[in-house]
Design a protein around this ligand. Structure first.
Ligand SMILES: Cc1cc2nc3c(=O)[nH]c(=O)nc-3n(C[C@H](O)[C@H](O)[C@H](O)COP(=O)(O)OP(=O)(O)OC[C@H]3O[C@@H](n4cnc5c(N)ncnc54)[C@H](O)[C@@H]3O)c2cc1C
Length: 369
């Protein structure tokens, strides 16, 4: 039997990386099934393989293939920061850095990010996947994955809150490829790894290429955020590493979050804290508390920190005063897919109480060893 099938694929207007397919079939026997596989490959389009079957007999059908065209034309694997930033400069805004791709590729697929002409992979840069100690700092390369951070002995010893926050990102498949640099650069106020790093009072190393001159400088991590999903990096810049101080006696940190049941992406709320106690272990002399999402950028609860360090003793009264201050200062909001503002308000209390008690117990246990 002769079958004539005419298909037309059109990009969706709001999501140009997805396609609507229209097919008309003629001369098909009733109840037959038509199988069709189309593979588009060309210089501009990497690959699209919509596969569908449908009962024949109907004249024309509109199919939403939801197939994806990823249209970058080059994928670079630089060996050095110099080379990576050189590539970014050469493409003059048409290339994008990529690490694990777990944020970027989804954004491109969903039409939330323009399709870059080229991708520059930072995970092939030498040294960017290392964790080491240097001059009293723990240094974590920007291309270290969450899985590597979660089980690294140095991070476990000196930055428990970072190990705990990276250990809950997505599922194992995501954690095996997603990086701490990507988490920070994506600049979401609820990003788990970012919150863990901030509680350690971390700094970020930003590298800049100016007319073939490469320079790298440390700056406070908080200074890198410009708004939800926006960082302060220029087109000739990238993140190369993070550093936080080695843990001192009577110091400890902790992280906790609340997630939608079955949820795998960002949390309803995450809280991280680091505490330092005086020699008697009764009084907090230094506190860092981070809550997210509680504003357009990751939020340091400075009022709560002050309550803790002002208190004569670290007791229930001090913890409740810190909770009240954090609740007052946090700019919580209702989000459609996660939780109401009121629920988040309650969760600030639950999580902060839990995290402070966990950090205090850890500091006291370490001091008694
Ligand atoms: C199923 C799923 C579940 C997830 N769950 C969580 C979760 O529970 N918690 C959470 O916080 N996140 C979650 N995420 C988001 C994501 O996995 C993380 O934010 C991850 O750390 C991003 O890292 P990446 O290496 O994949 O970044 P990429 O997607 O490769 O890059 C993200 C952005 O960072 C830029 N970038 C990457 N590296 C650098 C660098 N060195 N310098 C400058 N810019 C750079 C890229 O250009 C891009 O704009 C989830 C994602 C998925 C798909």
């Amino acid at each position: 039997m002769v079958r004539l099938l005419i298909c037309l694929a059109l990009p969706r207007i709001r999501h140009p990386t997805q396609f609507i397919g229209f097919c008309c079939s003629m001369d098909t026997a009733p109840n037959d099934l038509l199988y069709l596989t189309i593979v588009f490959t060309s210089e501009r389009y990497d690959l699209i393989i919509p596969v569908f079957l449908r009962p024949s007999g109907t004249e024309c059908t509109s199919l939403n293939w939801k197939a994806t065209m990823i249209r970058w034309q080059a994928y670079h694997t630089p060996q050095s920061i110099d080379e990576a930033l050189g590539l970014l400069t050469r493409y003059a805004g048409r290339a994008q850095l990529v690490a694990g791709g777990t944020d970027l590729i989804l954004d491109v697929q969903q039409g939330n990010h323009p399709v870059p002409e080229a991708l520059v992979d930072v995970t092939t840069i030498r040294g960017l996947d290392e964790i080491r100690v240097e001059d009293g700092w723990v240094i974590v390369g920007a291309a270290v994955t969450h899985a590597a951070i979660e089980r690294n002995p140095l991070v476990l010893q000196h930055g428990a809150t970072l190990a705990e926050s990276c250990g809950v990102v997505g599922g194992p498949q995501v954690r095996n490829v997603a990086t701490i640099g990507g988490n920070v650069a994506h600049a979401l106020p609820a990003a788990d790894g970012t919150i863990g790093l901030l509680a350690l009072d971390a700094q970020v190393q930003v590298c800049t290429l100016d007319e073939n001159d490469l320079s790298c400088a440390w700056q406070p991590l908080l200074s890198i955020f410009a708004g939800p999903g926006r960082n302060t990096l220029g087109p000739n810049q990238m993140l190369s590493a993070f550093r936080f101080p080695q843990l001192q006696p009577r110091e400890a940190s902790a992280f906790d979050r609340i997630m939608r049941p079955q949820g795998v992406a960002l949390p309803i709320l995450g809280v991280a804290a680091k505490l330092a106690f005086d020699p008697s272990l009764a009084r907090v002399v230094q506190a860092v508390i981070v809550v997210g999402p509680a504003g357009p950028i990751p939020f340091r609860a400075s009022g709560a920190e002050r309550e803790l360090t002002a208190a004569e003793t670290f007791d229930d009264g001090a913890v409740e005063a810190a909770i009240e201050a954090a609740q007052q200062q946090a700019a919580l909001r209702t989000s459609k897919h996660r939780a109401s503002k009121e629920y988040r308000h309650e969760m600030v209390a639950v999580l902060l109480r839990r995290v402070l008690q966990k950090a205090a117990a850890r500091a006291r246990a370490a001091a008694s060893q």
